[in-house]
Write a protein that binds this ligand. Structure first.
Ligand SMILES: [Zn+2]
Ligand SMILES: [Zn+2]
Ligand SMILES: [Zn+2]
Length: 807
């Protein structure tokens, strides 16, 4: 009698949903079934993974219990369902069978950096993949960036062009092998190859490519390197002349560059990384992580991140990155050398000339990067979906001054409307996105409930798309600022790719209230073509709704949007808003006292103009001409008197500019948010100071007026002190303001959104004060708080309005 007939309870069908394709899930199921003596089969289909198991009852029970608990590291299981459907059973063994069809509902797995096992092989002389730049397995390598459609199988990827050699095919088809159904599996005999091209595009054959690239880098040249989601421009980050040349050629004056270190052991002397930062750097997502600079950093990496307190650092993600460090280290065998400090530091910046989309194609690179790159490293594996590096900031280490004394209640996922505050996230979120792309796209964000499918098109800056499908939200990778035609085209292509990949027909298309953004026009055209309704969502309502969506909040709450600028429902320029928000609607309870924007949009690029506007508002307009050494300074007082070219704005970002401008910090910003970032850095370096108690007023009309604080700053010669005073006083003012609104509305839950929420010196203080007063505080965690996460909020609002029959 066979063991499988003992205690047999009947064969079962299981359905596994979530991120379960392309992560080694089927071989894992195969091994688990084998270990438990079960028979049956497993296969991928459009809904995820389907399993049939037959065998002893207790073994089946153990299988169901262990299946989610021991899943491979890259898997994200949303649900394991035991189906009521009968299974005929009677299998002879356990098999992995061909992918089935079915409704295309599965998730797509993001790209993952090279795993430890593959890294060992990469550096093992004698291994058949020694120094092979496309080594991967079921635990690592490209996924989303090479995928044309679901289900995730090799013919659906850009690896379809490469037929596997017998050795690779053996690995691919042997269920116990760690490359079993590793869809991009390849070796030097059968897989893609690298190619080195000179500055004029000529192919340089017959060289050791890795050695050649390193030689160019060490000589101070700029090399375009094709990565997983697009091209990087790389140079030696220690070489001041090389960095300066790259700035000149990329026309990027001061915006910080990210740098790549061989390993966390190499960070010493450059930046501080605690255990949480190291874990994040070493995670399969391999993001850029902002780290606090060490004192010697600027001298060691001249011109990389001038004037800022933070350094964007990352570790190698592709085998080629590692090969460059390996070459510089003298090609040591094994990977032990990575645990010691390596001197090579590479500047790695997205190859997106002129703010246009990241370059992904070989021919495109040779054309668009000519004149910027001195050499090119191309390869034969096509990039299907563009994906920039993700950028994150860790915030777990920040000590909120008061938070430690307050017991933090357990997180509640679904607080009922009007329920007692239940502190949102059990303390601060561990990290915050600044840009969400490679490694995270297109991981689904779980929503509180399902509903009609929605496409949301974002706003103008840092555009990204969002697609709601049932209880999941899918964010596109970062697309960029819609200030050039190429990025506008990329937005349209991105929408088509996302809809196609996830097989969704939206029922409504959401966009910003501003009708002139390309994203709004695209939404209108797209909806008209398909006969769908459109839904315009006010910018700051969307910022708060994004936080509600990811934290699964229903009912009404207070929303504090601390932002640059967005069109208000009164056609004004909003940006420092205190709102009463539900998923469908909002009311404006208050706003920052507006400051005029002298010269309109120019004021956003020239913080000295905002400082002049503050002086003018203080009745000190006669100081402007003498105080600012700018050609337009003499006329600005008149322009402010006249008012016609100085529209008022309640923007919080411009308030920061005014404060920074009064201190002479970044009088003219070379990139968005530069003055505020520097000002935050100055406050950090100085440390906290007592709040200026009479620095602000809250009017009965809900207007928060910080002019008294600006008056104090205008006469403060100590820049660091002024920066700290501004931050602590603003945090106290905002907390009082929320208390004021809570007293009127009875709402004790607060969602914080908008680009200024990236300022942790401000936010950690605000959060601590609110929690001390018993508020439940929610912040963006799974999407950036800036406009990069806006589309999630737009989609959430549009779905609720549609459900309510309002559109
Ligand atoms: Zn691997
Ligand atoms: Zn092969
Ligand atoms: Zn915004």
């Amino acid at each position: 009698m066979s063991e499988s007939s003992v205690g047999r309870v009947g064969a079962r069908r299981l359905r596994v949903r979530g991120q379960v394709q392309g992560v080694g899930f089927r071989p894992y199921v195969f091994r688990l079934a084998g270990e438990l003596g079960l028979t049956g089969w497993v296969r991928n289909d459009g809904e995820g993974v389907a399993i049939a198991i037959d065998g002893a009852g207790p073994a089946i029970a153990r299988f169901i219990e262990r299946l989610p608990a021991e899943a491979p590291p890259l898997a994200r299981i949303a649900a394991v369902e035991v189906l009521a459907q009968a299974d005929e059973g009677g299998y002879r063994d356990f098999r992995i069978v061909a992918s089935g069809g079915g409704a295309q509902r599965s998730e797509v797995t993001p790209d993952a950096g090279i795993c430890a096992d593959c890294l060992e092989e990469l550096f093992a002389p004698g291994n058949r993949r020694y120094r092979y730049a496309f080594i991967n397995c079921t635990q690592c390598g490209p996924r989303y960036s090479i995928l044309r459609g679901l289900p995730y199988d090799r013919p659906q990827t850009s690896m379809a062009a490469f037929a596997q050699c017998p050795d690779c095919l053996h690995e691919y088809t042997a269920p116990a092998n760690r490359r079993f159904h590793a869809e991009p599996n390849a070796c030097a005999h059968c897989g893609p190859q690298l190619a080195f091209h000179e500055s004029d595009g000529r192919l340089l054959a017959g060289v050791d490519l890795v050695a050649e690239v390193l030689a160019h880098l060490v000589r101070g040249e700029i090399v375009a390197i094709k990565g997983a989601g697009g091209f990087h421009l790389a140079c030696d980050a220690r070489n001041a002349a090389a960095v300066a040349r790259l700035r000149l050629r990329k026309q990027r004056e001061e915006k910080p560059f990210a740098v790549m270190f061989a390993g966390t052991a190499s960070l010493a002397g450059f930046a501080a990384a605690d255990a949480a930062a190291r874990r994040l750097l070493e995670s399969p997502e391999r993001p850029v992580v902002l780290l606090r600079k060490s004192a010697a950093c600027d001298a060691a990496l001249p011109g990389v991140a001038p004037g800022l307190a933070w350094l964007g650092a990352m570790l190698p993600s592709t085998p080629l990155h590692y090969l460059l460090f390996h070459e510089a280290a003298g090609r040591p065998a094994g990977s032990a050398w990575l645990a010691t400090a390596q001197p090579l530091v590479l500047l790695m910046t997205s190859a997106n000339p002129g703010g246009e989309p990241l370059v992904t194609g070989n021919d495109e690179a040779l054309t668009r990067l000519r004149g910027i790159a001195d050499a090119f490293v191309l390869h034969e594996r096509d990039i299907v979906a563009r994906c920039d590096d993700s950028v994150l900031r860790l915030i777990s280490a920040e000590s909120s001054p008061a938070a430690s004394a307050i017991p933090v209640p357990a997180p509640a996922s679904f607080p009922a409307p009007g329920a007692a505050p239940s502190s949102a996230t059990a303390g601060d979120p561990p990290f915050q996105f600044i840009r969400r792309a490679r490694g995270y796209t297109p991981q689904a964000i779980a929503l509180a409930c399902g509903g009609p499918a929605v496409l949301a098109c974002g706003a103008y800056l840092k555009n990204s798309l969002c697609l709601l499908r049932g209880e999941q939200a899918f964010m596109s990778a970062h697309i960029g600022d819609l200030d050039n035609a190429a990025t506008c085209v990329a937005l349209e292509a991105g929408a088509a790719h996302l809809l196609d990949l996830l097989r969704v027909e939206p029922a409504v298309v959401a966009h910003d209230l501003h009708p002139d953004f390309h994203s709004s026009r695209f939404a209108a055209g797209f909806a008209a073509q398909r006969g769908l309704p459109c839904c315009a969502v006010q910018h700051h309502h969307a910022h708060i709704a994004a936080v509600m969506a990811e934290h699964r909040l229903s009912g009404e709450l207070l929303g504090l949007a601390l932002d640059g600028v967005g069109l208000g429902s009164d056609d004004g320029q909003w940006g420092g808003e205190l709102l009463r928000v539900s998923a469908r609607t909002f009311a404006r309870l208050g706003h920052l006292r507006p400051l005029p924007l002298p010269g309109g949009d120019r004021a956003a690029r020239e913080p000295w103009r905002m400082a002049a506007a503050a002086l003018h508002a203080l009745g000190r307009g006669d100081e402007i001409a003498g105080r600012f050494d700018r050609p337009a300074a003499a006329l600005l007082g008149q322009l402010l008197d006249d008012g016609r070219h100085a529209p008022p704005s309640s923007s919080c970002g411009r308030l920061f500019d005014a404060a920074a401008g009064l201190a002479g910090v970044s009088s003219v910003a070379s990139f968005e948010g530069q003055a505020a970032m520097r000002y935050e850095g100055l406050a950090e370096a100085h440390g906290a100071v007592p709040v200026l108690a009479d620095g602000y007023r809250i009017g009965s009309d809900g207007v928060l007026d910080l002019l008294p604080l600006l008056a104090r700053l205008a006469d403060e010669p100590r820049t660091g002190f002024a920066a700290a005073l501004f931050h602590v006083t603003l945090a106290a003012a905002l907390a009082d303001w929320i208390e004021f609104a809570a007293a009127r509305s009875g709402l004790r839950r607060v969602a914080l959104g908008g680009g200024c929420c990236l300022n942790r010196f401000l936010l950690s203080r605000l959060r601590a004060q609110l929690e001390q007063r018993g508020f439940a505080v929610f912040e963006a965690q799974q999407v950036p708080p800036n406009d990069g996460g806006l589309s999630l909020g737009q989609a959430w609002v549009a779905r609720h309005r549609l459900l309510a029959g309002e559109i």
